[in-house]
Design a protein around this ligand. Structure first.
Ligand code: PXL
Length: 277
């Protein structure tokens, strides 16, 4: 396997198993050199704790980027998740344009909403700016809520293929080359992932769990990026990442104290075996 250098731009939630505390171990375990650009430092994530502290790191970004340019540092791919401000999106676009090699991968998880609602730190102005990042993505990985916000479609809890195809089409129209939409469920028993690219739409179905867990979007995106960069095709990488998330949820579901994330670490060996298999 070729050794690749990937940059991940997301927040550090010091506690909570999301963003960089998930992306860094998963991408490293998949065998990739993982550089990071922290977007913000939070005491914990914003989903379900009593509160959170947040230091926005937008103003550090231009100097870090300048220093990387002086050093001649480039990346085989860049993968963005939860960002700290709208202004950061301009810096990320700059990194995509100048520091990711021309044949490299630009992957955007527009992590900003779930369950029909924006996360507390974001508003519709942020959604507007996020559209411009999705526009330059080789791969974007929204959930249904993010896809509906980005494409200006109503959010629906139950829907059919016509609705999901409208969301996917809207994301391609924004400019995203490949769309990997997560949490696509047409019935109570199963859920799945839609992979849409120039070859058409592929639906990867798997078992639906009775609960959803925090941070699984980040675990999915990181495992997808890790598997795809390791040479799996998009559909296979999405299948591997989906199965991994499912086993992480199963590994966590009985532990009521562990409500803030999934116990993904003990299962990293299975992810690596799936990538090698
Ligand atoms: O997993 C998404 C995420 C990432 N980072 C922060 C969050 C969330 C979701 O709530 O609050 C800070």
């Amino acid at each position: 396997m070729e050794y690749k250098r990937i940059l991940s731009v997301q927040d550090i939630s010091c506690v909570g198993q999301c963003s960089l505390t998930v992306a860094l171990p998963i991408l490293s375990a998949c065998g990739h050199e993982t550089a990071i650009l922290p977007a913000a430092v939070l005491s914990n994530h914003t989903g379900g704790f009593k509160g959170f502290t947040c230091r926005d790191l937008t103003s550090d970004m231009p100097d870090i980027i300048k220093q990387w340019e002086i050093e001649g540092i480039t990346f085989d791919g860049a993968y963005t998740g939860y960002l700290g401000s709208s202004e950061q999106i301009a810096y990320v676009k700059d990194i995509f344009a100048r520091l990711v090699s021309p044949s490299g991968l630009r992957i955007v998880d527009p992590a900003m909403a779930d369950g029909g609602k924006l996360y507390p730190a974001f508003d519709m102005d942020f959604v507007e700016v996020m559209k411009s990042l999705v526009a330059v993505a080789d791969v974007t990985l929204p959930n249904i809520t993010e896809a509906s916000l980005l494409t200006g479609n109503e959010y629906k809890e139950s829907y059919d293929e016509e609705y999901t195809e409208k969301l996917v089409k809207g994301l391609h129209e924004l400019g995203a080359k490949t769309v990997i939409m997560t949490g696509v469920s047409y019935n109570d028993e199963s859920t799945g992932i839609l992979v849409s690219d120039e070859n058409g739409i592929n639906y990867i179905r798997h078992e639906k769990m009775p609960i959803s867990c925090h941070g699984t979007g980040d675990v999915f995106a990181s495992a997808f990026v890790g598997s795809y960069l390791a040479g799996k095709d998009k559909a296979e990488a999405a299948r591997i990442a989906g199965e991994y998330v499912l086993s992480c949820i199963k590994n966590t579901i009985d532990d009521k104290e562990h409500w803030y994330g999934v116990k993904f670490e003990p299962l990293l060996g299975d992810l690596i075996s799936a990538i090698r298999g």
